[in-house]
Write a protein that binds this ligand. Structure first.
Ligand SMILES: [Zn+2]
Length: 421
């Protein structure tokens, strides 16, 4: 192609950026969705959208009912209470509520009558396979990384039986119980045939590595991952830090996959809210710095939950090429914060990060999470490429396309391919 044909005039740059952000397919590197082979574990549909834990937490700002009574209700009844509190008695202007409506709107569901039962009826016409394809099309997502726990009984049995993989779904090996509650997990490993003891002896460590190796071979995960509390420390004498140092890091190095750390959860701030009861805490990021510095041949990927940690995390990524940062997670997945964080990351890291992951727990959420994120990312990039063009460096269409592909999964693929020798 004649390069002259793709040269843009300065006033065409914004439209080219908007267009590239809108049409570039996304590799979603962290979700809680499942390959359809996992059956009921893949959540979808209006009642699942309404009972998403983000909305449960918000609804209890209005619902005057003991928490325990709410949890005793069937899911459909919970969904009705949330619909009534967050959509009927109050206008649904929070990000999570707006998300349900963006999803329904893009699916073509008429919500003007505010009639939950007619919305439910619309969903009954779908089968799951078609619905996955439709949701991915509308979200413009090309691949979905799952969160896969060998410690989940339902999930475990599907892996053990084996199944033909749906190529759109990749795996992430989630090992929270191993690192966070060794006291209650080692007996489980023993039961599964790994000759571990409570004490982290050399033999126990080698058996933990055998466990990780077996599951890595079974799942072919893109990374090993853990979500950590806000008091995470490394190095430390506790079991979590010891297992990371002696088992997880050597395992990730051996298999050439990153270790994903997601610190900043303050677990069960309100246990009565169950899954919706976790909160946020600032992390001492020297733990991540120490990991990156001590194991420069191991790859780490990190997202942090606290807004106050974001700048420090960006600076860390400038210091360590074995650190890739990603996503605006959970309480940060709001347009004002995604805007601020993405802007800061572009300014400090250029294109060498992954601005967003969906964290979708319900399939349909892919639609709104990516629709909303694309809007914000587009706005930030239009401004940044505009500033670039003002210097006289006018990007071509190909350069813009290349850059957006990096932000939507390419930079992450490049990071995973690093050899770090
Ligand atoms: Zn998640």
């Amino acid at each position: 192609m004649n390069p002259l044909t793709t040269e843009l005039m300065r006033d065409q740059v914004a439209a080219a950026v908007e267009e590239a952000v809108a049409r570039t397919p996304i590799s979603d590197i962290h979700t809680h969705l499942y390959d359809p082979a996992f059956g009921k574990l893949l959540l979808w549909g209006i009642d699942e959208l309404l009972t998403y834990h983000y909305l449960v937490a918000e609804s209890f700002r209005y619902i005057d009912m003991p928490f325990a009574n709410f949890w005793e209700l069937p899911k459909a009844r919970q969904a009705e209470l949330i619909w009534d509190a967050l959509f009927i008695k109050n206008s649904p202007i929070s990000e999570s509520c707006r998300g349900v409506l963006t999803t329904l709107n893009l699916l073509g569901v008429d919500v003007r009558k505010r009639d939950l039962n007619s919305i439910r009826k619309w969903f009954t016409e779908w089968d799951v396979e078609d619905y996955i394809t439709r949701s991915m099309e509308l979200a413009h997502v090309r691949s979905i990384c799952m969160t896969n726990s060998p410690f989940d009984e339902m999930e475990r049995s599907v892996w053990e039986k084996g199944f033909p993989r749906d190529s759109r779904f990749t795996a992430g090996l989630r090992i929270d119980p191993l690192l966070l509650s060794w006291q209650s997990t080692w007996g489980q490993l023993l039961h599964w045939g790994y000759k571990v003891s409570e004490e982290l002896t050399a033999h126990t460590i080698s058996e933990v590595r055998r466990f990780l190796g077996d599951w890595t071979e079974r799942m072919n995960p893109r990374f090993v991952m853990v979500s950590l509390a806000d008091d995470f420390e490394f190095p430390a004498q506790n079991e979590c830090a010891q297992l990371i140092e002696k088992a997880i890091v050597p395992h990730c190095r051996e298999f050439g996959i990153p270790f994903a750390l997601m610190p900043g959860v303050r677990r069960q701030a309100n246990p009565e809210l169950k899954l919706a009861g976790d909160s946020v805490g600032r992390v001492d990021l020297s733990a991540v710095q120490n990991l990156c510095a001590m194991f420069s041949d191991t790859k780490f990927i990190t997202t942090v939950l606290s807004l106050e940690n974001q700048h420090e995390l960006c600076v860390l990524a400038r210091k360590f090429r074995n650190l890739h940062i990603f996503g605006c997670w959970w309480f940060l997945n709001n347009p004002s914060l995604v805007d601020e964080i993405t802007r800061m990351r572009v300014e400090l890291l250029g294109l060498s990060f992954t601005p967003q992951h969906s964290d979708a727990r319900v399939l349909d959420q892919l639609i709104y999470k990516w629709h909303h994120s694309r809007q914000v990312i587009s706005r930030v990039l239009v401004e940044k490429y505009g500033d670039l063009a003002a210097t006289g460096w006018i990007p071509t269409r190909e350069e813009i396309d290349r850059d957006i592909q990096k932000l939507f999964g390419g930079a992450f693929d490049d990071f995973c391919a690093l050899q770090l020798r």
